[in-house]
Design a protein around this ligand. Structure first.
Ligand code: ADP
Ligand code: MG
Length: 686
């Protein structure tokens, strides 16, 4: 009997080669396969009268062939097949290419069901390359067909077949919900829901199936979070920092005035630090809102109270930047800062680790290198993680466990609407910096067609002549990318091209993710010190770098980026005294592209951008990317399912209230579900 954890390669139609492709999509087991849910559905069961069909849409029609099928050879093995069909309302030409065998399948006078895309030109209807059935068969039409997220190299029909085979292997999937919930909500069984979500018998069944699976997914997350929160509460007491150490000492010495929002969050943090509960706080603030200084001031409080503080950054570039910042701010109070990154020599690292262990280093800044086992602290009291979405829960707890119940501050520029944040970060308190420093100049954002490249480049030249620097960001070009990547150019190619022609008199360099951390850092340092004029890069520069002299951000193929991401990129400029520009170069002219570009030009508020992004892209994309550090869902959509999520949260609170660790017999199934789904999700970033 096949088991859910069996390797997917044994499913009929998969095999070694296809299994490798599926692995890339995160499908390793039979269970992964049958929980690979459709992205969409095509209703091939609803028959439309020919007279009701319009250009560009897909339809199922039932029509009689009123001519014999013709088969015209075009040379070089190519051919074209045509037949005219008719229903009670209109006629239509059906065309196939290179499928001469169809000639034997379509007979004049017979009725068929066709499904395909309709083109209407000057009143003439034509359907190209439809699938079809003779009227009393439902092989390709007459039903609701799942559409799966595209997997390169595997045809849509093949994926469908493979999933069908997978479902055929398992009998009666084990129920995941306790009886009391199944009864209360009148749920479809887990087994039926799984089958119906792939191959719904009708839309009503589909809706029931989806409701059931969304419930499973969201409830396990909520129960998991609440359970975690409960477990955290039972821990021993946190550190009580010295009330006599005043943050204002540093605040008064700063070269700028903190914004009211910064002062407010520092007050929250100060309160948390002074009481005996461990701080567990999320600090949210748009790019450029000044989160770093908040972290540094908190570190001051920790150190002067006798503890070490750690600031964890996702990249070496950022770690170095924070290190410089911390030194500049804190050394005058006799605080020793230390930086630990991957690129250090063994000797440097050994020295740094010694200082951390014996307590000589007081504020320690670094990357993942700090998570390694051989890093020991003397008296770690405060942990700050910057751009937290780059760190998973596990990494966060790895560093926390190096201290003695330290206070934790998690910083993020991810604009999540507050209602959602409260639910998702159930285990954290939240502070928001909702105000930018006053000296910020508005960044002028323009969207231009790719065709205006030369004008954009001339503009860059002019700015560079005046001593400024520019970023040019290209989308990632995947090797497996299909046809729509034809007009994409990689950062490396573009840098080479520009250095040779447009910008041959300037210093152009390239920065991309495949480079070694050390190389990246060198390039970034050179850009910072002004040795590079134009930096062509992938989105590796997206997070947090601060080069005040750079005042132009050009984004190539801006239509390929999410709005929230464009907003993050834009936040790289406008950090100094110079007027700054963000130029979005786009190709294509679709309604959505235009609307998205317009949003970027009109809105400079990260939260509004994020909301618009959700509206235009749907949260599948928005939340699907690791960018946002939200858990990935297989079926739930945090945007459109928000109401359901609220209800589920209430259910979860009730369940955990009665049975905090899910130990009761009636919650046995739920415990199993949470253990399986929630720990599995922990691997991802929450
Ligand atoms: P982010 O929140 O995106 O991490 P940073 O902490 O990098 O933002 O701050 C961006 C820039 O703004 C830095 O150069 C920082 O020194 C500066 N800055 C921070 N707070 C203020 C303020 N209140 N007034 C003026 N400049 C500030
Ligand atoms: Mg930052």
């Amino acid at each position: 009997m096949p088991e859910l954890k069996d390797n997917v390669k044994y499913v009929k139609g998969v095999g070694e080669a296809r299994a490798k492709v599926l692995n890339k999509m995160g499908i390793y087991t039979l269970e992964d396969l049958i929980t690979y849910y459709p992205r969409n559905y095509e209703d091939r069961s609803k028959i439309t009268d020919l007279s009701q069909t319009v250009d560009g849409e897909k339809y199922a029609i039932e029509a009689t062939a009123i001519t014999s099928i013709t088969n015209r050879m075009l040379g070089r093995g190519r051919s074209i097949q045509k037949v005219v069909v008719k229903d009670l309302t209109d006629t239509c030409t059906i065309t196939w290419f290179n499928q001469p065998y169809i000639s034997s399948k379509i007979k004049r006078g017979e009725v068929y069901r066709f499904f395909g895309k309709m083109t209407v030109k000057m009143g003439r209807k034509e359907m190209t390359s439809p699938v079809f059935d003779i009227i009393d068969k439902n092989d390709n039409t007459g039903k609701i067909i799942p559409v799966y997220p595209l997997i390169a190299e595997i045809k849509a029909t093949t994926i469908r077949k493979i999933i069908q085979n997978g479902l055929g292997l398992v009998k009666n999937l084990e129920e995941t919900m306790p009886d009391y919930l199944v009864e209360k909500y009148n749920f479809m069984s887990y087994d039926e829901a799984t089958r119906q979500i792939h191959f719904p018998s009708n839309f009503d069944k589909f809706k029931q199936a989806r409701k059931r699976l969304v419930f499973d997914e969201l409830l396990s997350m909520q129960l998991g979070l609440l359970k975690l929160k409960g477990e955290n509460k039972q821990e021993q007491k946190g550190i009580k920092y010295d009330k006599k150490v005043e943050m204002s000492t540093v605040i008064d010495d700063l070269p700028f005035k903190l914004t009211n929002a910064q002062l407010r969050v520092l007050e929250d943090i100060n309160k948390d630090m002074e009481n005996d509960k461990s701080m567990n706080r999320l600090l949210q603030g748009d790019v450029g809102s000044g989160k770093t200084i908040v972290a540094i001031i908190s570190a001051y409080k920790a150190v002067k109270s006798g503890y070490q503080a750690v600031i964890l950054a996702p990249t070496m570039i950022l770690a170095n930047q924070h290190f410089e910042n911390a030194k500049n701010t804190l050394e005058k109070y006799d605080i020793k800062c230390e930086c630990v990154v991957g690129g250090m020599t063994a000797k440097q690292k050994k020295l740094a680790l010694e200082k951390i262990k014996n307590g000589e280093a007081q504020v320690i800044i670094g990357t993942h290198a700090l998570l390694e086992e051989n890093v020991e602290f003397n008296n770690l009291g405060l942990v700050v993680t910057d751009e937290q979405h780059r760190f998973g829960v596990k990494q966060r707890s790895a560093i926390i466990s190096k201290g003695n119940n330290p206070d934790v501050l998690v910083m993020s520029a991810t604009p999540i609407p507050r209602t959602l944040a409260l639910i998702l970060y159930g285990d954290l308190d939240i502070s928001i910096i909702d105000e930018l420093p006053p000296n910020r100049k508005k960044i002028e954002t323009v969207a231009v067609s790719q065709k205006l490249e030369e004008r954009v480049n001339n503009f860059i030249k002019k700015q560079v002549e005046e001593g400024r620097q520019a970023y040019i960001v290209c989308p990632l070009v995947e090797e497996t990318d299909n046809e729509d990547s034809v007009n994409l150019i990689s950062a490396k190619e573009l840098a080479e091209k520009y250095q040779k022609d447009f910008f041959k008199n300037y210093r152009v360099e390239c920065l991309h993710g495949k480079m070694k951390a050390k190389e990246k850092d060198e390039i970034m340092q050179k850009f910072k010190s002004g040795e590079i004029d134009i930096l062509v890069s992938t989105t590796v520069i997206e997070v947090g770098v601060d080069v005040p002299n750079a005042n132009i951000m050009v984004v190539e193929n801006a239509e390929r980026f999410g709005l929230a991401q464009l907003h993050q990129l834009r936040g790289r400029v406008g950090r100094g005294e110079f007027k700054s520009y963000c130029v979005l170069k786009y190709t294509g002219n679709s309604e959505t592209t235009r609307e998205r570009m317009e949003t970027m030009c009109k809105t400079d508020n990260g939260m509004l951008v994020a909301e618009k992004d959700l509206e235009l892209r749907g949260s599948g994309d928005f939340f699907g990317t690791a960018q946002h550090g939200l858990p990935e869902f297989k079926i739930a959509n945090l945007f459109s399912d928000l109401e359901v999520l609220k209800e589920i949260q209430a259910v979860a609170i009730q369940i955990i209230g009665k049975d905090p660790l899910l130990e009761e017999k009636e919650n046995e199934k739920l415990k199993k579900l949470v253990d399986k789904r929630f720990t599995y999700k922990e691997e991802l970033t929450i």
